[in-house]
Ligand binder design. Structure first.
Ligand SMILES: [Ca+2]
Ligand SMILES: [Ca+2]
Ligand SMILES: [Ca+2]
Length: 331
């Protein structure tokens, strides 16, 4: 009886993990509860919540996936529904997809797109399109592809091919809100099994309500002792808490208007090889509307941590003080 109970429990543990990886193809991811990514036109003001008017995302395709795939962009245009108007809609946003050598951020630091002026476009340009205000793609998907997985950059660290999408606000001053889906199908959102997406500088929009809790999940790699979280233009909107199996809710310093705030978070050895859960709580009372925010995290060596749409190791839940003494399973 005890044996069957053990099997049942291990199945219950396995199911949610499989479930999250299946839905990791949506960017933002299923567990993140983030409505949109956001990139402003380059003549926007940083006080609107985008510090640099571009964003870089990576898609990883498992080596054993050999079919063509597609990158679908929801609401790529800037106008009509969802987008943030400033004066008139006059913003053009480019979406460019890269493969080949130079893409993999583990082999090319500049690819991460963390610093203005660095060559974050390295790689082979596979597809690009610039969108203005286009009714045809308003509240609709635009599909890039098909792409052959082997056109990606072969990672040395993971058994995957890497692709990169660079989003730039090439003109205008409005906020373009959009999402991605990594798909096996050009017309529908059909996940690529085992695929994932990640970024090193996350620029996103909070829901316009009091109750929705947003999450992002940085991956903690070997050798990390502490991390420094930095966030930009949080508008003094509620709290940012760090949760893991060993952290019940550590308060992170948060920014106000058009400024950066940072704080350190120590890492337990048992947190290595898994994800942290950064939770973004809205302030109650007066609603902070259209809150766009930027988040980066680096380790004690100044190396940026990736945020995965499908958190590596699954969503971490606080296990309490007893759980903290548990010995993690060897790999
Ligand atoms: Ca405008
Ligand atoms: Ca849009
Ligand atoms: Ca903001």
């Amino acid at each position: 009886m005890r044996f069957f109970k053990a099997i049942l429990i291990s199945l219950l543990i396995l199911i949610p993990r499989e479930w999250t990886s299946l839905f990791g193809q949506a960017v933002p991811g299923k567990d993140e509860n983030i409505p949109f990514l956001v990139t402003f036109g380059k003549y926007g003001q940083i006080s609107w919540g985008d510090d640099d008017f571009y964003q870089v995302w990576f898609f990883s395709i498992p080596r054993n996936f050999t079919q063509p795939f597609y990158i679908r962009v929801f609401d790529p245009d800037c106008g009509g529904e969802h987008d943030e108007i400033q004066g008139d809609f006059n913003t053009r946003t480019s979406f460019s997809i890269y493969g080949g050598k130079g893409v993999d951020p583990d082999q090319n630091e500049e690819s991460k797109g963390l610093k203005n002026g660095e060559n974050y476009k390295k790689g082979t340009l596979l597809a690009t399109r610039t969108f203005g205000s286009e009714a045809r793609y308003d509240n609709q998907y635009y599909t890039f592809g098909p792409f052959n997985p082997t056109a990606g950059d072969a990672s040395r660290k993971w058994p995957v091919f890497m692709f990169k999408i660079v989003i730039e606000g090439v003109s205008g001053d409005d906020g373009n809100l959009y999402r991605f889906f990594l798909s096996r199908d050009p017309e529908n959102n059909i996940p690529v099994e085992g695929g994932n997406a990640f970024t090193y500088e996350y620029t996103f929009r909070m829901w316009n309500d009091f109750k929705s809790l947003a999450h992002i999940y940085p991956y903690v790699d070997t050798g990390v002792i502490w991390v420094k979280q930095s966030n930009f233009d949080w508008d003094d909107d509620g709290e940012i808490l760090v949760v893991s199996r060993y952290k019940q809710g550590l308060k992170a310093n948060h920014s106000k208007e058009a400024d950066w705030a940072e704080s350190r978070v120590s890492i337990e050895p048992a947190e290595i090889g898994g994800s942290l859960d950064f939770q973004f709580y809205k302030k109650q009372g007066e609603l902070v509307k259209n809150n766009n925010v930027v988040v980066t995290i680096e380790n004690q060596y100044g190396e940026a941590l990736p945020f995965f749409s499908s958190p590596i190791g699954g969503v971490p839940y606080y296990e309490g003080k007893v759980g903290a003494r548990k010995i993690p399973k060897p790999k």
